[in-house]
Each structure stands twice: as C-alpha cells, then as structure tokens.
Design a protein around this ligand. Structure first.
Ligand SMILES: *Cc1c(COP(=O)(O)O)cnc(C)c1O
Length: 380
C-alpha cells in the first residue's frame, strides 16, 4: 500500500453503490432486463472490478465500445456462461476472427459488417451471434431504414447468424420531453416489426429512467450506474459511486497585489492564504476549471485560484480556520459536498467526461463487491 499511502489523491469507488444503482435502473425499466454499459473502462472506474461486481449481482448483458475492451473482460472477469458482451462500435474490417475468438457479439451497424460476419459464420460452419443496430434518427451508427427494409426483404443474409437483439440509440434521452424521443421510438417500432421475435433494446440511462409505455426487452444504462445525472434538470436519484480525496502539499501567505499561477490570472485583493494540491489537468481536473472550480476543506468551499496546472492546483483557503490548514490536510474534490455533475457544470462539460478523464495517478480503493476487506480510506 506504499504507493497508495503516498499518492497525491485517492479515488474511492463504491461497488455496492454501483450495484444498487443498477438494481434501481432495472426496477424503473421493468419488465425489461437491465444490462450495463462498461465501455471506456467502465466510464473510467475500472471495467474489470465494475463488470465483476455487476456480473455477481446478476447482470448478463454487457456493452463495450471496442473489441479490446471485450477481450479484457473475457480474460479477467468470471462470467456466467449465459453472459453476452456486445461491441457497440461494430465490426472493424479484418477484426471478424478476433471477435469470434474472444466470444464477443458484434453490433452490426452497416451492410458490409453483416456481410463479413456472415461470411465468417459460413467459413466456420457455425451460426455466429449478432446484434443489429438500426438508425432511428441519430445518424451515427446503424443501418438506415432503407437498408433495414432491404435486409428484411432478403432475410437469407441473416441465415448463418443467430440474431440476438435489435437495438437503436436515442439522441435526446437526457431531455425526456423532447419530441425526438417519441419519433425515434415510433421508427424503432416500425423497423423492428420486420424482425419478429427478436428481443429489442433502445434505452440508455435517460430512457430507462423515464416513465413511458415500454422499455422493450433490455435497457443499456451507463452513466446512471456510475452515479451521474442522466436527465437534465431533474433530481438525480442515483447514489454517488466515486469520491476523490487529496491533501494539501504546501501553504503560503501572500500580500495583496500578488499573482498566483501561470499567467498570474489570480491576483490577491487581501492578505490571502494559498494551498496547493497535487492534482492537475493531467489527472483529469480540467483546465477549464481555472478560476471557476472548487474544492472543499472541512466542508467549506475553497475556490480554485488562478489556472489549473498539469500537476497541481492552487486554492484560496483564506477563509478556512487554521486548524484545517497544514501539509497533508485533507481536501475533498469529489464527495458529499461536490459531485461529478457539479464539477462538470463548472468545467462546461458533462459528468461522462469528468469520469472518463479521471487520472491514472490516483490510488484506487474499491469497496464492496468482491473487494470487501480492502481498506476504505476517505482522507477524513
Ligand atoms: C454509451 C451508450 C449507452 C449508455 O449511455 P448512458 O447515457 O451512459 O446511459 C447506451 N447505448 C449506446 C449505444 C451507447 O453508445
């Protein structure tokens, strides 16, 4: 634990909160089954521990973006035999055999992908599992409506495949009232009728948490599992999953008129106490938080003074009682006073980007799930 003890910051990941969030999304989407989106290293929180915790809780449908992510899960996570790993970004040319070897299910997003996956099935003389994505209005991935209709009219193209699921993706699920959601659902209904009996999946977190007539057969939550806000302007019912604690490395008192940090963009207007913490934009604490973001010391907000550097941040701690100010004193970056969506708002982004940018220099402490027994340090 030496590196952990000396780390500049500790990222704590609560796998029990993650699992509870997954169960809540499943309840909201009933009778649909909840899968889990664990792409991008499970939104930065570690795809192996996250996937293991959800698999242990009963999740059987995992969605990643890339083949390499599926491979990592296959190699390191103990999965029940009826568990599927789907690759959302589809089948890159030349990746067919590797995909079959990993035992992942590609999401076929275009006719060429379908043709290549079918050709491999014929060559291997076995039916290969597949997901079909149809584009219902986002114009990103998936067969166009015309391509979908053409496929349904010539279903031999699917004969060598085991079509497990038809999916589409909502462009505006974070705005539950948007008309686009109803239009996409209507298009999804119209296109999936062409594949009778095949299970369907449309909703991400925002869709799964929104009350509506159907969530189809499987939902694909990502951000909600990790505690992020899935729907703009509505209370976020999810539990926080991460906290990030750092410590003061140095304190200095400066006189009025003294500048702080690169560009001297902060200039003290009163006798000021500056605390430096060893976290910067290289750790995912965005430079756009310069002069805008906050940290918390003993529950008190301390503003970022001046620019965020690569490896450090300067805080104006003038109003914090001296008892809380010493080298090594705890500083909360993510926790009860400031969540991932608060930081995202300050940084001008979304919590997805805060999570997927979380740094690699943090010590990571997992609690809950199979990690029970690991010391849970909170810095407090
Ligand atoms: C990322 C992604 C999701 C998960 O979205 P959240 O908003 O994080 O719940 C679901 N489906 C697809 C196709 C995705 O790309």
């Amino acid at each position: 634990m030496d590196d952990d003890t000396h780390a500049g910051a500790v990222l704590s990941i609560d796998l029990d909160a993650l699992v509870a969030n997954w169960r809540d999304v499943g309840r909201a989407a009933r009778p649909a089954q909840a899968g889990a989106v664990v792409k991008a290293d499970a939104y930065g929180l570690g795809s192996v521990p996250v996937t293991q915790a959800l698999a242990d809780a009963g999740c059987r449908h995992f969605f990643v973006a890339a083949l390499s992510e599926a491979r990592q899960i296959r190699e390191k996570v103990t999965l029940a035999s009826n568990t599927a790993i789907y690759i959302l970004n589809g089948l890159m040319p030349g990746a067919e055999r590797a995909c079959a070897d990993v035992g992942a299910v590609p999401v076929l997003n275009a006719p060429d992908q379908l043709a290549r996956w079918s050709a491999l099935a014929v060559e291997l003389d076995r039916r290969l599992p597949a997901v079909l994505q149809v584009d219902t209005g986002m114009s990103r991935l998936g067969l166009t409506p015309a391509e979908t209709e053409a496929l349904a009219a010539a279903p031999e193209a699917l004969a060598s495949l085991d079509l497990r699921l038809v999916i589409s993706h909502l462009a505006c699920a974070d705005e539950p009232a948007a008309a686009a959601n109803r239009a996409q659902a209507a298009a999804f209904d119209r296109l999936t009728v062409l594949f009778p009996g095949v299970p369907r999946a449309l909703d991400n977190s925002g869709g799964a948490l929104t009350q509506k007539p159907t969530h189809y057969d499987i939902v694909r939550p990502g951000i909600a599992l990790y505690g992020g806000e899935a729907r703009q302007g509505l209370a976020n019912p999810m539990r926080p999953v991460v906290r990030l604690d750092t410590r003061i490395v140095q304190l200095r008192r400066i006189a009025p008129g003294t500048g702080v940090g690169y560009g001297l963009t902060f200039v003290a207007r009163r006798p000021t106490c500056i605390a430096t913490i060893p976290v910067g934009y290289a750790d995912g604490w965005f430079r756009s938080l310069s002069g805008v973001g906050s940290a918390f010391i003993a529950g008190r907000r301390v503003p970022i003074a001046g620019r965020v550097s690569m490896d450090s941040i300067t805080l104006d701690v003038t109003d914090v009682p001296a008892a809380h100010l010493f080298p090594g004193a705890p500083v909360e970056l993510l926790g009860p006073h400031q969540g991932i969506d608060d930081v995202a708002r300050d940084a001008g982004t979304i919590s997805y980007e805060i999570l997927t940018s979380l740094g690699h220099r943090y010590a990571r402490i997992y609690s809950g799930g199979r990690s029970t027994g690991l010391q849970r340090r909170t810095g407090a």
